[in-house]
Design a protein around this ligand. Sequence first.
Ligand code: GDP
Ligand code: GDP
Length: 437
Amino acid sequence: MKPVIALVGRPNVGKSTLFNQLTRSRDALVADYAGLTRDRQYGAAHHEGRDWLVIDTGGLTGERGGIEALMQDQAWLAMEEADLVAFLVDGRAGLTAADEQIAAELRRAGKPVLLVVNKTDGVDEHEVQAEFWALGMGEPEYIAASHGRGIGGLWERLEAMLPPELTEEPAEEPEDQGITVALVGRPNVGKSTLTNRLLGESRVLAFDEPGTTRDSIKIPFERDGKPYTLIDTAGVRRKSRVGEAIEKFSIVKTLQAIDAANVVILVLDAHTGITEQDQHLLGFINERGRALVIAVNKWDGLESDVRERVSTEIERKLGFINYAEIHRISALHGTGVGHLFESVDQAYEAAMRSISTNALTRTLSAAVEQHQPPLIHGRRIRLRYAHQGGSNPPIIVIHGKQTKRLPGHYHRYLESYFRREHDLMGTPIRIEFRTDS
Ligand code: GDP
Ligand code: GDP
């Protein structure tokens, strides 16, 4: 389970600047897909062997009413799901009334809070220090996010504040859980209906209830004699208990489930079409390199012109994900659900495949022969050999000269060539380059 940090503070104190600093190390590994809308609010970060989830909560103003209140609700919800809160203030502007209000709210929430004074470039530290001490939130950490200053120290402080259960080694997972599948999607797309249908058709094995409300339930089951583990983000078990409130949709839970899965089934709703939130989820799944199957649910009872319109929309909005099988299903009636699992198996197999250096190098040579890399200052970029650097997602490491100068389109050409040649359907692949001297 990854620790979750929420960045809170009033608008303009530098939250999104800090967010970019903290998540940068990961971003560098992410392939640049055309048309991909990055979700700026949730990001993965990596620091000294630990993975984190960082949430930029947007602005807290302390004002009430209208859209402001709504945004604040979102921010507080995100904060409730966090393990730690980094409370940002602006060292140049000094302490404001809004800061004091937020501090009071944070105290009430009872989360571990680190006060972070940003924009300390060119200010008198002593003066700033005295001012923010008055907030009574302990020793602040001083940074200048836009200069990348103080980030190392900030990580150290955050690390030291982690509750012990998050720093302990996780308990051993039982052997052979089979393929771990996460079923994710916006509220009301039909996740629980689909989960119940799946489990209804399968042999469900015993499982433990989660330790905390933030944990998802892992449900082991067998389908056609094969073991799987479902990470339940829909709160199926809870919903089915009489009298218990339906859990609210949790982005953090969803993102953690995506991370823990081998294969993600993203559920979309044919009735509402594809929304921005769907695309954000898709972007995150892709960024995390998970194998993916898309289920367009509620395909029952649609007029043919609606079906056509939705299909066009899928083409237009999901076109940038060229590796995922798309299934039109009805969780309610159970149509198409069997085929969904054929794609899950296929995606898993592709994601976990190991391919020899020989085979990859042969593919590389064939790709280069068919379409040469461009000339740079009259010299050809040379690609020499390829080997596999990881799986789920498959990483293909290509060695050569001047590889940094390869244009994006050639990058994409190689990717689709490798995908086709090695039948890597259902999983993103990462191509990395190494420059040999
Ligand atoms: P947010 O609204 O809290 O997300 O704030 P932003 O990250 O959008 O930053 C607001 C403004 O402050 C931007 O113009 C940033 O470039 C600037 N800013 C952020 N960090 C620093 C810093 O460390 N020093 C200075 N001088 N400006 C900063
Ligand atoms: P969740 O919030 O994603 O878990 O969504 P639910 O499974 O609770 O479903 C939301 C609503 O959509 C419920 O009223 C379901 O009965 C309905 N629903 C789910 N699957 C289907 C489907 O395949 N077809 C139709 N027509 N309705 C569905």
